[in-house]
Design a protein around this ligand. Structure first.
Ligand SMILES: [Zn+2]
Length: 486
């Protein structure tokens, strides 16, 4: 893009101006500037109810406005593109949990060039707890990112893996446009000793002695399969209906509803999926996406572990079931699952929601290893010390012995640790510990890290563009042209 006259003129006063952030309302010009300490909004003309101090630079008058929650709120009321929209009913959507609130610039560079809708604000309660952030802040950072990048195509906001009615209400009241209900607390574990209960007649009548046609597949329930599905999911389905009736049924909120049944140990069988889908439809519950638990392992920050062939077989059936019942499949823990992205694009016929979360944190740490090796070494040692504790919260098969001893590495070799699965997982699962570590002066790493990320924002954006771009490239690889505009 050729720089405009306005841009050239403004750049002479504000060298850190984000060119695409220049917007106008009547006689007032607004834009964002990268300043030494932090980004700020500049308003020339009417203050438009923002809160800011009048500045005067060589007789050039303007307001400098802090990127507060009030500012985000004002931007959302002035510029509709800075408000989240519902994206799950679009053919392709992609979740990008921006843990640190700094990844928007890089993420949007990717989504400028693909037709998938980004979910820029996407955090779970666990993530918020680890990063000490709030849903308000997460949404505000997404608003600032789209304004800064002039991204007008629409983005989603996901209250991710929420379990309780108050948490869901909180996210929806703030304007989140999708909720992912994690009903794992209500999903029961079945074993063969559980055979003493009698199935209700209505369940037998709905599922036995019939064929469920889903795409090219036929699903038929044996009595045992039905008992298992009923035992495992029935309570979760009742809870799902309660949530649906509370927030979605009467359209109180303009938001999408995703159901996640993936946080379990045992893969969702086709029978399980049909049971859930069919029961939901009988209960009158409409969902927009469903996340089954697939075979194989979706560990944090590394590629898929398991048989790709088995995954493809399962995915095909799950995609057909989802299509039959009128929703999209959602694939969780999608960070870095490069060996299955193409299959996901192809077998869902280009209709998917894929969620990623921690991979942008890993890129942020790769950046630290690149620009501040000394600090990275300190953090790496700290992460090793915190690993045992962090490991209790995650299912990962990290082997610390596989990680090269950091003292044997030269500074320029440090970023290569992020191409190494065990080192990736070490840094991935200890993020909360790293961010919250304290010494006598306060946070031990957090403020230094944010300062460096701010200083090197362009490099971070480039790294994310490359890394997340690779996710999208693989996902789109096998999608046929005719499927693009379904
Ligand atoms: Zn999940």
């Amino acid at each position: 893009m050729k720089p405009s006259f306005t841009h050239v003129f403004l750049k002479s006063y504000f060298p850190g101006i984000f060119e695409k952030s220049i917007h106008r309302i009547n006689e007032t010009t607004l834009f964002m500037v990268h300043d030494k300490q932090k980004d700020v909004l500049i308003v020339i003309g009417d203050l438009l109810d923002f809160e800011g101090e009048k500045q005067n630079k060589d007789n050039f008058k303007y307001y400098e406005i802090e990127l507060s929650s009030h500012t985000a709120h004002r931007l959302r009321s002035l510029f509709s593109f800075t408000k989240p929209i519902r994206v799950l009913r679009k053919p392709r959507s992609f979740g990008l949990g921006d843990r640190l609130g700094i990844a928007g610039e890089g993420h949007l560079k990717v989504f400028e060039n693909v037709d998938a809708y980004p979910v820029l604000a996407q955090q779970s309660m666990r993530e918020l707890h680890m990063t000490k952030r709030t849903y308000q802040d997460v949404l505000d950072q997404a608003t600032f990112a789209v304004f800064k990048m002039g991204y007008k195509d629409g983005f989603g906001a996901d209250g991710d893996h929420l379990k309780t009615i108050p948490d869901i209400k909180n996210a929806l009241d703030l304007g989140y446009t999708m909720i992912t209900l994690d009903c794992s607390d209500y999903i029961k574990t079945f074993d063969d000793s559980i055979n003493t209960f009698e199935l209700p007649d209505i369940i037998k009548k709905s599922f036995l002695n019939r064929i469920f046609f889903v795409g090219q597949h036929k699903v038929v329930f044996s009595l045992n399969q039905l008992r298992k599905a009923y035992y495992v999911y029935q309570e979760a389905l009742h809870y799902t209906k309660k949530v649906y009736d509370t927030f979605f049924n009467n359209k109180t909120y303009d938001a999408d509803f995703e159901l996640s049944i993936d946080e379990t140990h045992i893969p969702t069988t086709p029978e399980d999926h049909v049971f859930v889908a069919h029961q939901l439809s009988l209960m009158g519950v409409k969902i927009d996406t469903l996340a089954p638990r697939f075979c194989g392992e979706f560990q944090k920050g590394i590629d898929y572990i398991g048989s790709v062939e088995d995954f493809e077989k399962e995915l095909k059936i799950h995609a057909d079931i989802a299509k039959t019942y009128g929703y999209k499949l959602s694939i969780h823990s999608g960070s870095d699952k490069f060996s299955i992205f193409k299959s996901i694009g192809v077998l869902t016929k280009g209709q998917f929601h894929v969620k990623t979360a921690g991979t942008n944190w890993l890129e942020a740490m790769r950046l630290i290893a690149t620009v501040e090796p000394k600090l990275y070494r300190e953090i790496h040692a700290f992460a090793l010390d915190s690993f045992e504790q962090a490991n209790k919260l995650y299912h990962v098969t990290t082997n610390l012995n596989n990680i090269p001893k950091i003292d044997t590495l030269k500074d320029e070799e440090l970023p290569l640790l992020f191409d190494h699965n065990d080192a990736r997982q070490l840094i991935h699962i200890t993020y909360g510990y790293i961010l919250n570590a304290e010494d006598k002066d306060g946070f031990r790493f957090k403020n230094k890290l944010y300062k460096l990320w701010h200083e090197h924002h362009s490099l971070y954006a480039e790294m994310l563009e490359k890394h997340i771009g690779k996710h999208l490239k693989f996902l789109y690889e096998g999608i046929k042209k005719k499927e693009m505009n379904l």
